[in-house]
Design a protein around this ligand. Structure first.
Ligand code: HEM
Ligand code: HEM
Length: 195
């Protein structure tokens, strides 16, 4: 039977959920964020270096716009996740693996909720306006050339490379479970098979 060693005790309704997998909304949000974040790394790599004389070019505007969109989607996802807890634990997996998975998922939420603000601060310090898809114009959150905000920009970039490494680890773990462990970890984030 399904024994849950999670500190918060989980009722039988959620144990059933654990077998079925994530809710359709949780799955949609997961794969939407995957798409947006991969696009975001493309704009980050392709956009020009941001220095004192940078003018806001298309790729930079796209980086800011998609970055803010990711922040908004992650905020919705975070609230949804608090309202409807997901089955993070695989009772059949060793404790270290479950701890690693939990820590990785936590890091994803942390980096994607805090990281965009550091990029925004850096944009403000470089006097670059943050205008979301030309529709919503956001205020500057740091003074021009503010030292803390320039440092925040460095932290933003490093943080996002750490995120990319974690994504590689996370995806490798999913495929490892799919190919070798056969415990349905990947399947529970995929669309449910038709009855
Ligand atoms: C979660 C979404 C985001 C991801 C994954 C991301 C990723 C990255 C990466 C990887 C870099 C480094 C690029 C390089 O050094 O070649 C970078 C730089 C930068 N990003 Fe983002 N970013 C995100 C959100 C944002 C947002 C919302 C803003 C602004 C509103 C922003 C503004 C910047 C700026 C200004 C830089 C240059 C930093 C500096 O050198 O000071 N980013 N971003
Ligand atoms: C931008 C990249 C990604 C991010 C930010 C991300 C984030 C997350 C998070 C936060 C969870 C925990 C569930 C939740 O809290 O909603 C999760 C679960 C999961 N992700 Fe990802 N993910 C990414 C890419 C991928 C990729 C590429 C795959 C597959 C190859 C994948 C497969 C899974 C699976 C199978 C689970 C369920 C794991 C479990 O229940 O223990 N993810 N992901």
């Amino acid at each position: 039977m399904l024994h849950d060693h999670h500190s918060r005790s989980i009722g039988s309704a959620q144990s059933a959920l654990a077998v079925q997998g994530y809710s359709p909304v949780a799955k949609w949000l997961h794969w939407l964020v995957v798409l947006l974040v991969l696009t975001q790394f493309l704009t980050a790599i392709l956009m020009p270096e941001i220095g004192p004389d940078t003018v806001p070019a298309t790729l930079i505007s796209l980086h800011f716009s998609f970055g803010v969109l990711i922040l908004v989607v992650m905020a919705i996802r975070f609230i949804y996740r608090r309202l409807y807890p997901v089955p993070l634990d695989m009772p059949g997996s060793p404790a270290w693996e479950r701890r690693a998975a939990r820590a990785t998922h936590l890091a994803f939420y942390f980096i994607l909720l805090v990281g965009p603000f550091l990029g925004w601060a850096s944009a403000s310090a470089h006097k670059l306006a943050v205008n979301v898809f030309g529709i919503i114009s956001l205020p500057a959150i740091a003074a021009p050339k503010a030292r803390w905000a320039l440092t925040a920009g460095d932290i933003h970039a490093s943080m996002m490379w750490v995120l990319l490494a974690l994504i590689a680890l996370h995806a490798a773990a999913a495929f490892y479970h799919y190919l070798f462990v056969h415990d349905g970890v990947l399947q529970r984030m995929l669309p449910a098979p038709r009855e």
